[in-house]
Design a protein around this ligand. Sequence first.
Ligand SMILES: *Cc1c(COP(=O)(O)O)cnc(C)c1O
Length: 396
Amino acid sequence: MTDPLKFDTLAVRAGTARTEFGEHSEALFLTSSFVFESAAQAAERFQAQGEGFVYSRFSNPTVAMFQDRLAALEGAEACLATASGMSAILALCMGTLKAGDHIVSSQSIFGATIQLFSNLLARFGVTVTYVPSSEPGAWQQAVQPDTRLFFLETPSNPITEIADIGALKDIAQRCGALLVVDNCFCTPALQKPIELGADVVIHSATKYIDGQGRVLGGAVLGAKSLIHEQITPVLRTAGPSLSPFNAWVLLKGLETLGIRMERQSANALALAEWLEGVPGVAKVHYPGLRTHPQYALAQRQQRSGGAIVSFEMEASSDEDRRARAWRVVDQCKLISITANLGDTKSTITHPATTTHGRVSPEGRLAAGIGEGLLRVAVGLEDVADLRQDLSRGLRA
Ligand SMILES: *Cc1c(COP(=O)(O)O)cnc(C)c1O
């Protein structure tokens, strides 16, 4: 018996389907539809009896290769690719919820996900309760008779709070809800939510899976029955399908995912350790630091700390804290001032006035996002250059 293939091998090889031409690299099928040999075959394909492709809103060979590869990496039975991370979350909700249903969600999740739950889905009769991701007791208390989904990100953005996936799985299971993990920050290279007990994994492939800031994409992963019977019909009819071109870029991104995550994580750890010793920095949030309140849990759940580091500037008033944080941002010549993340290029952002600027001051306080907080998404540059870039503003 041969051993199952390892992660880095699957990242390069899984899902590859060669055509009769024997191309080595994955083929890009830029076609909206597919032709049939006969009326009978067309009829068969439309009834979804035969194998084979019909129309790229439903499926496409390049997209299928991406789905199969990502499913292998996450250890999921099935994967459905979507046009973006947000459309993955929308497809999941439309496929699993109806009016009257309820979501329990971590309060520290991506801003657009909060808008989707609180504004869009609310119009269709779905309600949501937000709880702190690191307090399983709060999840238990928030459960209602119609709770269908538990939704979380771990580590959270931007202060890298860790949710205990195994503990939440037990609570979700008892109340018959699906446990959904948005695995955008760790990717399967660092964390395998399904092995830890999650039912569904969501991806914004736009981030680390592309890894080089080029295309949008997303995915929903889980059991075959869930993906094929509940989520796929949403994609087929509503149409937030991944373009074959983007799928091809993302397939190539997966090939280097392991090596990028390992290096970007190592860079982030080096930067976090250095920041802890810089005068004027009050606190550093990074799951790979021993000072992180959930260091032990992060060590169990993740292969390494990931590539997001946040830190707080010390000052005596909110005004001064903001001024000091902005100075660090403004003195960056190398690190890009942008809210995006998951790129080989490092980025810096001031969450309180950008990504979380529309959250109420109380909401920001509850989420631990003060005026002095800065978030760096660490890329592949040399850490010495990143330190030098941050030093200018930190010294000032
Ligand atoms: C960016 C992001 C999303 C949304 O993904 P898009 O591809 O931009 O639609 C969802 N979740 C997290 C954690 C993200 O960072």
